[in-house]
Design a protein around this ligand. Structure first.
Ligand SMILES: C[S@@+](CC[C@H](N)C(=O)[O-])C[C@H]1O[C@@H](n2cnc3c(N)ncnc32)[C@H](O)[C@@H]1O
Length: 446
């Protein structure tokens, strides 16, 4: 009989038909598969809607679970502990759990931290069936109450004095019933499961769509606004989808997953257990702010209650964007490549679309230096650190992210350092449009 991790790995891979993968060639190192080469940027999860657990929430910046399984395989032994300091939608955490490997992950966005917790909490299918029945009964006799949405910024809910809104009043009334009923669910794990299922359908039921620049109103949104019935049907479908995975993987290994909600620049310092694999994809320094991208879920589900909350969250994220002003510090170790890029950016200050970009770039590498410093303390002698990172370009100045990270990593004490280019990403218009930027895997060991 196969041992359970193999069986889970196989089942898992059957669910990954569309996910681009990376593989390791004995001589050439990490290579991208043809699917990965043609896939959109960010070591990606864009075609992941059919993949178990990945389909609980559309998180397009996730890497594919097979990247994590390949990373584990390249170690040549079963790791005792894996750490991912930029958890996102929890690809590392859930994949490790299914493989029977204890994992720790850190995620700064409280909604995403809950997505990871929901995926990695093994609730019994029977309990969820009972909870779904009780929830339906509860919805039918719970009164709508817009007070529950009073904390939302003015653009969220329709009212006579507004020209634009994200949710119609009829929809918001139904949403308030869902929120009330979810709060009434006694079992904390079940409550989390419902909240994440609701979060997964909010944007598709709203008048906006989200892209790299933030929120945009849908074309003809006034004529196509979501109805309360649409929320009912989307929620039901989403609930069933997630339930299917809970049911199918009910007998999964009980490997513990520690989900830490917080800033990895600080939280890593509190981790005591060393890891054989530290694997992550940090935000890229491309001025993409995850706080904006997941704003609808954060506000509507009550994770943000005021603009100050929003500011605090933004300040806790790495310097990958210029949406807020904050003082950035440069890395404490030297990187010649960073120094040259910084000077070039300063020389082209007039051409930059935001004057804070040079400082953001410095702050970005100081943040990752802090993560690398702690990772160096936490990585076992036999272990490996793998980072998926992407280049950026501003006013024609290339920010060669892997080279800068290698220089910093060597100064910190990593001795085996390698970079594998796995894909070219098309640059956004703000980054010069016509250029292709590399996405690379940086591999480090002690
Ligand atoms: C590229 S995504 C990671 C995706 C992840 N590999 C997955 O498969 O879902 C980067 C994540 O880092 C998070 N993040 C940004 N700053 C952070 C910080 N200071 N501490 C922890 N997480 C942070 C963002 O919220 C985002 O979810």
């Amino acid at each position: 009989m196969r041992n359970p991790p193999d069986r889970y790995l196989l089942t898992l891979q059957e669910h990954f038909p569309a996910a681009p993968a990376f593989r390791v060639d004995e001589t050439a190192g990490w290579l991208s598969t043809p699917e990965a080469k043609n896939a959109p940027p960010a070591t990606t999860n864009q075609s992941a809607q059919r993949i178990a657990f990945q389909r609980w929430f559309h998180f397009k910046e996730a890497f594919s679970p097979s990247f994590v399984t390949t990373a584990v395989e390249t170690l040549g032994f079963l790791p005792d502990h894996v750490i991912d300091p930029f958890g996102g939608s929890g690809t590392t955490a859930i994949t490790c759990q299914l493989l029977g490997i204890p994992a720790t992950t850190i995620e700064v966005n409280p909604f995403l931290a809950d997505v990871i917790r929901a995926k990695t909490t093994n609730i019994s299918a029977k309990k969820l069936i009972g909870a779904a029945q009780a929830f339906r009964r509860s919805l039918s006799h719970t009164k709508a109450d817009l007070e529950l949405l009073e904390h939302l910024p003015p653009t969220f809910v329709e009212s006579k004095d507004k020209h634009r809104w994200i949710f119609s009043e009829a929809f918001a009334l139904r949403l308030s019933q869902y929120l009330k009923c979810i709060r009434k669910v006694q079992d904390a794990d079940v409550q989390l499961f419902f909240r994440v299922a609701l979060g997964a359908v909010l944007v598709e039921c709203s008048n906006v769509y989200i892209n790299g620049k933030g929120r945009r109103y849908r074309r003809n949104w006034q004529e196509t606004q979501a109805t309360p019935e649409l929320l009912d049907s989307r929620f039901q479908t989403q609930f069933n989808t997630a339930f299917e995975d809970v049911h199918r993987f009910e007998g999964r290994p009980a490997a513990s997953v520690n989900v830490i909600h917080g800033d990895s620049r600080i939280e890593l310092q509190n981790i005591k257990t060393l890891a054989d694999l530290i694997v992550f994809s940090p935000p890229y320094p491309n001025s993409f702010d995850y706080t904006d991208i997941y704003n609808v879920e954060l506000w509507a589900l009550g994770y943000l209650g005021s603009s100050n909350d929003n500011m605090v969250l933004r300040r806790s994220t790495v310097h990958s964007h210029v949406q807020i002003y904050r003082t950035a510090h440069k890395p404490t170790n030297a990187s010649t490549t960073l120094e040259i890029a910084f000077k070039e950016l300063q020389a082209k200050a007039d051409e930059l679309w935001d004057a804070r970009i040079p400082e953001m770039v410095l702050g970005y590498f100081r943040d990752l230096e802090r993560v690398l410093l702690e990772s160096h303390r936490l990585l076992t002698a036999r272990g490996k650190l793998l980072m998926v990172v992407g280049d950026s370009r501003y006013a024609g100045v290339l920010i060669d992210v892997p080279t800068i990270l290698l220089e910093l990593a060597r100064a910190i004490g990593f001795t085996n350092t390698q970079v594998f280019e796995v894909r070219k990403m098309r640059a956004s218009a703000q980054q010069g449009g016509s250029h292709h930027l590399r996405e690379c895997i940086v591999e480090l060991s002690r």
